[in-house]
Design a protein around this ligand. Structure first.
Ligand code: S3P
Length: 435
């Protein structure tokens, strides 16, 4: 599906952010291997989290899903199978486009008494899996993958798990979580040292479920634990909200309100970065929902200036770089992004994908090995650009179209459904024109 998108004279309205993808994955996975029953509200409507739910059902977990008619997010009721209650699936498990599903599920499938095979779409089959196979194998799991155990499909074939001490080579929440989840069933303690903080939803949820887990700065230790189901009211996804925040800032006549956004500090780097660029962003009604901080966010027209993004803030905003790049193009002066090599191994190579469309849209931009430089001029020409089948690239293009000189045609725009099926409808609700 290709969509042609253009911006309105005034961009205004209120949006309720869809349920957070990272929290939704964890709420299903952790409750599935816990004792008891849990209700998950505001579950992410995106295809990625459905992949996780379908895999857990295939492993024998009873999960009922009820979609809300009023658009308030899906509700799931999960009957926990307990620590050893998963059973062999009849077929290959399909993680679709979802790196979080594949990597976190690997931690759950490692060292089970049954065999399992997990695959994904062509994007996921090209993403690095050696980073999880290595530590899980050190723990005793038997896992094989293509190309010398670095790529999916992955085969899991038993093994007895014991704890390890492991220095993460990258600040990856998926890698950290895979090891922690295996650590729940491993003999002894499993300790992880991180090079920088990454999202900590797994640690928070495991702690709420009664796991033996300790966080000390960048170090996390988990001991063998049985966990108990907890209800989760999933906060709105800041990674989805980021598109509307940038739209509000770059449009010259705007006021966009995004309600119910999770602002966990390990996720909120995009707010800090955009405020540093001069963005008028106000957080109101700050509160705590099920152990996660939440706020409503108001973004209004701003005169943005370029910035430098590097170092420890990068894991806190990595998924938002495609839309921060749109803000950078509309800002005065240069924005330089470094320490972002992880972008090259996301759903697509997001450094190339972003710089390619920016350059084609007349923006002075250059790809670097670990980031990019963008010289803002306050103008983006229109045209036809590839989403590369990457949901965040597709949505960033939609936001660019709010201010571009001519309409933007987004090729394969339907991939937004990976995290945000309502994205294009919401864009229209704010005044955007979508054909
Ligand atoms: C995620 C972690 C991040 C992020 C991804 C979701 C998670 O990846 O990019 O979209 O839910 O754990 P890393 O594991 O590279 O941090």
């Amino acid at each position: 599906m290709d969509l042609t998108v253009s911006g309105p004279r005034r961009l205004a309205g209120e949006i309720v952010a869809p349920g957070d993808k990272s929290v939704s994955h964890r709420a299903v996975m952790l409750n599935s291997i816990a004792e008891g029953q849990a209700t998950i509200t505001n579950f992410s409507p995106g295809d990625d989290c459905t992949s996780t739910m379908v895999i857990m059902r295939a492993l024998g977990v009873n999960i009922e899903r009820a979609s809300a008619d009023d658009g308030s997010g899906d509700t799931l009721v999960v009957k926990g199978a307990g620590t050893n209650g998963l059973r062999e699936a009849e077929d290959v498990l399909d993680a679709g486009n979802s790196g979080t599903t594949m990597r976190l599920m690997s931690g759950i499938l490692a060292g089970r008494e049954f065999k399992a095979t997990m695959t994904g779409d062509s994007s996921l089959q090209s993403r690095p899996m050696g980073r999880i196979i290595k530590p899980l194998s050190m723990m005793g799991a038997v896992i094989r993958g293509r190309e010398n155990n670095t790529l999916a499909p992955l085969e899991f074939d038993g093994g007895d798990l014991s704890g390890i001490e492991y220095d993460l080579p990258v600040a990856s929440a998926q890698l950290k979580s895979a090891i922690l989840l295996a650590g729940l069933r491993a003999e002894g303690k499993t300790s992880i040292s991180q090079p920088a903080a990454s999202r900590d939803h797994t640690e928070r949820m495991l702690s709420a479920m009664g796991a033996d887990i300790r966080v000390d700065g960048l170090d996390v230790t988990v001991g063998q634990s049985e966990i108990n189901c907890v209800d989760v009211d999933v906060p709105g996804d800041i990674s989805s909200a980021a598109f509307w925040i940038v739209a509000g800032l770059i449009h010259p006549n705007s006021e966009v309100v995004i309600k119910n956004v999770g602002i966990n500090p390990t996720r909120a780097g995009v707010i800090t970065a955009l405020q540093d660029m001069g963005g008028n962003i106000e957080l109101v009604n700050e509160r705590d929902v099920a152990g996660e901080p939440v706020a409503d966010i108001v973004a209004t027209s701003s005169n943005l200036r370029g910035t430098e993004l590097a170092g420890s803030i990068m894991p806190l905003l990595m998924d938002e770089v495609p839309v921060i790049a749109v803000a950078a193009a509309m800002a005065e002066e240069e924005t330089v992004i470094r320490d972002a090599a992880e972008l090259r191994v996301k759903e697509t190579d997001r450094i190339s994908a972003t710089v390619d469309w920016l350059v084609a849209a007349g923006v002075e931009a250059e790809a670097r090995d670990d980031g990019m430089a963008i010289v803002g001029s306050g103008r983006i020409a229109g045209g036809t650009f590839q989403s590369q089948d990457d949901h965040r690239i597709a949505m960033a293009l939609g936001i660019a179209a709010m201010v571009s000189d001519d309409p933007i045609t987004v090729v394969d725009a339907g991939c937004a459904s990976i995290s945000y099926p309502e994205f294009w409808d919401e864009l229209e609700s704010l005044g955007g024109i979508v054909d």
